[in-house]
Design a protein around this ligand. Structure first.
Ligand code: ATP
Length: 386
């Protein structure tokens, strides 16, 4: 096992543009770190530099305190874990796991190989499947065989590059929990690349969010969700995404396109002195006012809105509120879309409602909003001011 340290890592490809720009991350021994971000943000490049498949333009990469920038991939003792490929279909599970040992120049005896493979199989709950071929295994079992290979050669860390991206949603969910359980059981330092924020939030001890080669925030999933440092992280983490509403402060009210929202003093203070701010409200901060009990009601405020339509998901509902943007608000939304790498941001917000809510589309509705949880962002810098 090993700690991995990235210090001011930069990667420039031939075009000179930094695909990874001054990224520093301290990965602790045994930690599970997720690198997440939209396509092209540099997460695979970062992983490939760690494993040694890509040169580092500048900065320092250390494994257990030792600089490894110039070390060949095979000398770094790190294991890339793939899901679909890299298992030999004609070999049994036993032989697949034993493969790196047979390749090793150290020449393990048959007895040693048997011991190492059976030990690894036991830890990965594969003992009953050692005689099978990969074709007869579930996706999860195949993933564990790939991890078994890394274990027998005592790799210091596992590196995963979008291992679940080709699977259907159900299988992905199962595999996600398998990987998470195995990583925690084995306690092996792991770096996992994904563009899927759900995977990032459920797997990692800490999640590093990247945008255009720049590290935006690295924090626990909970902290990312509750305290995103900027608009980009706030919009990327959470599903459905956080709503952003251009607003002006009037006394203790935020004047927004969906109405005037009274806010707590600390929130008002964050917006003070700004001509315009962006209010960030997650869909789940809203509720059908009729379903909020008296104890909670005082933590937020009730307002009227017209829900254009609802979507019923069984355990909850989504309600959509369309609003007519002023030209100024439309311009802010356009700028925001560019910042978020989205084609457009519709003048619409999403609210989640309890499955029991009787609110229906096309009718005025009373909504409750937990105003304690509102974020205020600077529209110019994107910084979270709350
Ligand atoms: P994806 O999720 O699409 O794989 P990513 O976040 O993993 O994206 P990278 O593959 O690391 O992103 O790419 C980061 C940037 O570097 C992109 O702009 C990409 O076009 C560029 N890039 C990647 N590989 C090369 C290469 N071999 N030569 C030149 N540019 C490259």
């Amino acid at each position: 096992m090993a700690a991995i340290t990235l210090q001011n890592i930069v990667k420039k490809y031939d075009d000179g543009f930094p695909a990874v720009n001054d990224v520093s991350i301290d990965i602790e021994d045994g930690e599970f770190i997720i690198l997440v971000g939209p396509s092209g943000c540099g997460k695979s490049t970062l992983l490939r530099m760690i494993v040694g498949l890509e040169d580092i333009t500048s900065g320092e990469l250390k494994i257990d305190g030792k600089r490894v920038n110039e070390l060949a991939p095979r000398d770094r003792n790190l294991a890339m874990v793939f899901q679909n490929y890299a298992l030999y279909p004609h070999l049994t599970v036993f032989e697949n796991i034993a493969f790196p040992l047979r390749l090793n120049k150290a020449k393990f005896s048959e007895e040693e190989i048997k011991k190492l493979v059976t030990d690894a199989a036991k830890r990965l709950e594969l003992t009953d499947h050692l005689d099978r071929k990969p074709g007869n295994l579930s996706g999860g079992q195949r993933q564990r065989v790939a991890m078994g290979r890394a274990i027998v050669r005592q790799a210091d860390a596992f590196l995963f590059d979008e291992p679940l991206s080709n699977l259907d949603a159900k299988l992905r969910g199962q595999m996600r929990s398998e990987i998470s359980q195995m990583q925690r059981r084995l306690g092996i330092t792991s770096v996992y690349v994904t563009h899927d924020q759900t995977e990032a939030m459920t797997l990692g001890d800490r999640v590093a969010v990247l945008k255009k080669g720049v590290l935006q925030q690295i924090a626990s999933p909970r902290e990312l969700y509750e305290q995103p440092v900027n608009l980009f992280v706030a919009g990327f983490i959470g599903s459905p995404s956080m709503n952003f509403l251009p607003a002006t402060l009037e006394g203790t009210y935020l004047n927004t396109p969906i109405g005037n929202i009274p806010v707590p003093p600390a929130t008002a203070k964050a917006a003070e002195g700004k001509e315009l701010v962006l209010v960030g409200v997650r869909p789940e901060f809203f509720e059908d006012a009729a379903l909020v009990d008296d104890r909670h009601r005082g933590n937020g405020s009730v307002f009227e809105a017209e829900i254009s339509h609802t979507e019923w998901l069984g355990n909850e509902q989504y309600g959509y509120i369309d609003f007519e943007p002023t030209p100024e608000v439309a311009a802010v939304l356009q700028g925001l879309a560019k910042d978020m790498d989205a084609d457009e941001l519709r003048p619409q917000i999403v609210v989640t409602l309890d499955a029991a809510s009787r609110i229906r589309g096309g009718q005025p509705a009373e909504l409750w909003l937990d105003t304690r949880k509102i974020h205020i962002f600077d529209p110019r810098t994107g910084e979270n001011l709350t």
